[in-house]
Ligand binder design. Structure first.
Ligand code: AMP
Ligand code: ZN
Length: 115
């Protein structure tokens, strides 16, 4: 996807504060953090959202979720963290390249959604 901002980060065309990279996934700090720890983990292959996942994506998504826990611990989230995946219009997804937000820090996060 030539005009996808996260594909551009994968290709090194725009900078990002990278945390981890391998053949399949990339993790980098969110440019507008909303918690002391806030990074994103993405598949390198362009997948627009969770709603677009197919059977062929199962392996890379499993690998991605295993990396989330490891990276969260390495970033200091030893006492827990929150993962968020916004999907589509209703989920208020802004960037249509699948990404897992990982949020944490020393203090408790705000409650997830107001009841
Ligand atoms: P979402 O609403 O889940 O699609 O969130 C997209 C996230 O991407 C937001 O938290 C943005 O701050 C973040 N973001 C957008 N552009 C960049 C960028 N160039 N580098 C890092 N994070 C970005
Ligand atoms: Zn993309």
């Amino acid at each position: 996807m030539s005009d996808c901002i996260f594909c551009k980060i994968v290709r090194g065309e725009i900078p990002a504060s990278k945390i981890y990279e391998d053949d399949d996934i990339l993790a980098f700090h969110d440019i507008r953090p909303i918690a002391p720890v806030h990074f994103l983990v993405i598949p390198k292959r362009h997948i627009a959202s969770v709603a677009d996942l197919g059977a062929d994506d199962a392996e890379v998504m499993g690998k991605l979720m295993v990396a989330v826990g490891k990276l969260a611990r390495e970033q200091g989230c030893s006492d827990g963290f929150r993962t968020i995946i916004n999907t589509g219009r209703v989920g208020l997804q802004e960037v249509y390249h699948l990404h897992v937000h990982v949020l944490g820090g020393p203090e408790l996060l705000p409650s997830m959604l107001k009841r």
